[in-house]
Write a protein that binds this ligand. Structure first.
Ligand code: FES
Length: 117
């Protein structure tokens, strides 16, 4: 029997930050518009993941800004996140992935700071 609606594993495509590319930012798609006609990140838990990420960022003292974005074109792979500098992506995130996402954000913030003159 085929299993449906199983949690797909998170996918992370991480690029190193580039020099002088600005402060680290973690953007998460929380789009929940029904008129999109398909799966959207907000209806797959994007907003709840953002809340957990905000808590973790504060608890760990990670020097990164978190913000929301309304669709980046990867709706079928959501909830989707984007990290800058470096333009990295995380797809199919779930609440259980928050610690790993925080690890990625923490490394990006440290690597970005190391590039500052
Ligand atoms: S709804 Fe999140 S990427 Fe489109």
């Amino acid at each position: 029997m085929e299993q449906i609606n199983a949690k797909r594993p998170m996918q992370a495509f991480i690029n190193p930050p580039t020099p002088s590319a600005g402060d680290p930012v973690l953007r998460i798609c929380t789009n929940d518009r029904d008129e999109m006609g398909g799966p959207v990140c907000g209806k797959r838990g994007g907003a709840e993941i953002k809340v957990e990420l905000e808590k973790g960022i504060e608890e760990r003292g990670i020097d990164i800004t978190i913000s929301t974005i309304n669709c980046m074109g990867y709706c079928s792979r959501g909830p989707a996140l984007m990290l800058d500098p470096g333009t990295s992506f995380i797809f199919q995130a779930g609440p259980e992935d928050v610690p790993e996402i925080l690890d990625i954000a923490e490394k990006l913030a440290a690597d970005t700071k190391a590039l500052d003159p």
